[in-house]
Write a protein that binds this ligand. Structure first.
Ligand SMILES: [Mg+2]
Length: 232
């Protein structure tokens, strides 16, 4: 069966997420030092992370929504410190601005252009990246996030929602991502085909699931897809 579209993970697939988050948390801290110094002193970056973890575990209803978790964390930190809770929005804006300043992997931009010239590509993410802020939105037919959908990968329903928006059956769609459980196994359970983006040369750990493709970068994926007969 031909592949008719691609759903693509974002974080750790197109850019490394951890350095981005570290920079965004530091930018937020620097902003709080200027605008809410009591909060900044009471919640330096590691303490703010612990608070967010605590809020995430006490609020299962927003487990899939990192934006809501971060806003709630800021509200709690500001209130605990006696600062103005109206600062939540400008503080969150500082975080999200920096969260969308990413260092694309060297293969990402060219491979994405190549893939999107051949297939409709939809972004499918559990995170809160904003493709238009990042400047690569033109390569995507749409972006579907766990926040808007209401549940996160690996749940089948987010994969099915993406296929529906593409107007395709799951078996016509290839999902590509770095995470064996969230991306590969989740997509496979939902009936999509799947490519494991194995940038770190890891070993596949799951005996009961086998990715359809294993690639070390997105160029290799584009090469493999070029080898497959394509019927539009
Ligand atoms: Mg990922």
């Amino acid at each position: 069966m031909p592949i008719r579209a691609i759903t693509l993970d974002l974080d750790d697939t197109l850019w490394p997420i951890w350095p981005t988050i570290v920079r965004a948390e530091q930018a937020l801290h620097d902003w709080l030092m200027r605008h809410a110094p009591r909060t900044a002193k009471r919640y330096p970056v590691p303490a703010m992370r612990r608070l967010r973890d605590a809020i995430a575990s006490e609020q299962p209803a927003i487990i899939h929504d990192f934006t809501a978790q971060r806003r709630l964390t800021l509200a709690r930190a500001l209130a605990d410190s006696g600062d103005d809770e109206a600062l939540v929005e400008p503080a969150f804006e500082v975080f999200i601005e920096h969260r969308n300043i990413v260092d694309l992997y060297p293969d990402a931009a060219a491979a994405l252009a190549r893939l999107s010239a051949r297939f409709p590509v939809a972004a499918l993410t559990n995170g809160n990246a904003d493709l238009s802020r990042i400047g690569i939105g033109k390569h995507f037919v749409f972006q579907l996030g766990a926040r808007e959908h209401g549940v996160a990968k690996p749940h089948s329903s987010i994969f099915h929602a993406a296929c529906e928006r593409l107007g395709l059956q799951p078996g016509d769609v290839l999902h590509v991502g770095d995470d064996p459980e969230l991306d590969v196994i989740g997509a496979q359970r939902a009936g999509l085909r799947c490519a494991w983006l194995n940038r770190d040369a890891g070993t596949w750990q799951f005996a009961d699931a086998v990715p359809d493709y294993v690639v070390r970068d997105l160029h290799e994926l584009a090469e493999k897809l070029d080898e497959i007969t394509f019927s539009p």
